[in-house]
Design a protein around this ligand. Structure first.
Ligand code: GLV
Ligand code: GLV
Length: 324
């Protein structure tokens, strides 16, 4: 009997051909809505492998009920939705999709930064609402990006790719990371700063740090108060690194100039979310890696991760044992 694999969201059938040769594969039939927890637990209890989304919680409860489970392949570079130590203890291999999404996510991060600085979404809305009555010197005037100071918090692969883009805009690039990245410093002309120094001196603070015990609630009232009043804050990693009420206060009281968010503490957010009332906030529905090309590559990599584990080979992107 072929091993059973459950995919927690509807994905293009055509990307599954290799996996289907060695496994019996089913998927949750809805493209837009996540699989209900009850159904996920039921499927996981039967499955040898799961292909999961970042919105699926793979915790001790699920793992304890899933006696055959050998591999969980998350369709994301981040894996804060998975209890990694517990999975490791139970001998389950956890995989992610790094590298294939690096440039696409860096593109989106930079686009979000530019949209926030130059008020692109506001301007596009303005014209659609018929408000454009004539040219005026300060109409929708934003903030420059070129020659400004960019502070990247979390210098992983995506951080480096953002820095590369920023270099093309003649930005002065600072970063903060748990460990120094000396090669990237040389290659990209980055300067390392303490978190506080970075906040104090950056015109743009861009968060790309994974969500961990250390980074949870990192951007709190004190952080926003430390930033320049002219600073823009961009988050493209995980909502949980931000205390949203603190950001709300920072925008209301003018501690910072604006913010661009691709991620939120609880996703999806609703139109009445308190952050959405700020005109100087650009919100996106977690689309960092969402290009067709990259999403297909991510699915292929996730499938390959599962195939290799089923065949007793090392998967191309296992995360167990590595730091988050
Ligand atoms: C998306 O947020 C990812 O982690 O890939
Ligand atoms: C995250 O791990 C990254 O690739 O930057």
């Amino acid at each position: 009997m072929k091993p059973y694999i459950f995919i927690t969201r509807k994905i293009p059938e055509a990307t599954l051909d290799e996996l289907q040769k060695i496994a019996y594969v089913t998927m949750w039939e809805d493209e837009m809505k996540p699989v209900p927890r009850k159904r996920l637990l039921k499927e996981a209890a039967k499955a040898t492998g799961l292909l999961t989304m970042l919105s699926d919680k793979i915790d001790a409860e699920l793992i304890d009920q899933s006696r055959n489970l050998k591999v969980v392949a998350n369709l994301a570079v981040g894996y804060d939705n998975i209890d990694i130590p517990y999975a490791a203890k139970k001998g389950i291999t956890i995989c992610n999709t790094p590298d294939v999404l690096t440039d696409t996510t860096a593109d989106l991060t930079f686009a979000l930064m530019m949209a926030t600085a130059r008020r692109i979404t506001e301007a596009a809305q303005y014209i659609k609402e018929g408000k454009w009555t004539g040219w005026s010197p300060l109409l929708l005037a934003g903030t420059d990006i070129h020659h400004k100071t960019l502070g990247i918090v979390g210098m992983g692969r995506i951080g480096e790719a953002v820095a590369k883009r920023a270099a093309g805009f003649d930005m002065n690039i600072l970063y903060h990371n748990r460990s120094r990245k000396e090669e990237a410093e040389r290659k990209l002309g980055l300067s390392y700063r303490s978190f506080e120094d970075l906040l104090k001196t950056s015109d743009y603070v861009v968060c790309l740090a994974p969500l961990t015990e250390e980074t949870k609630d990192l951007f709190d009232e004190k952080s926003f108060q430390t930033m320049k009043a002219s600073a823009l804050f961009i988050n493209a990693s995980r909502g949980g690194v931000v205390v949203e009420k603190a950001l709300d206060r920072a925008l209301t009281e003018g501690w910072i100039k604006g913010a661009g968010l691709d991620v939120f503490v609880e996703e999806p957010i609703q139109p009445d979310h308190f952050l959405l009332r700020h005109a100087n906030l650009v919100a996106l529905p977690h689309i960092g890696s969402a290009s067709l090309e990259t999403r297909i590559q991510m699915v292929r990599l996730a499938c390959k991760n599962i195939e290799n584990v089923l065949q007793g080979l090392t998967p191309p992107a296992a995360v167990n044992g590595k730091d988050a």
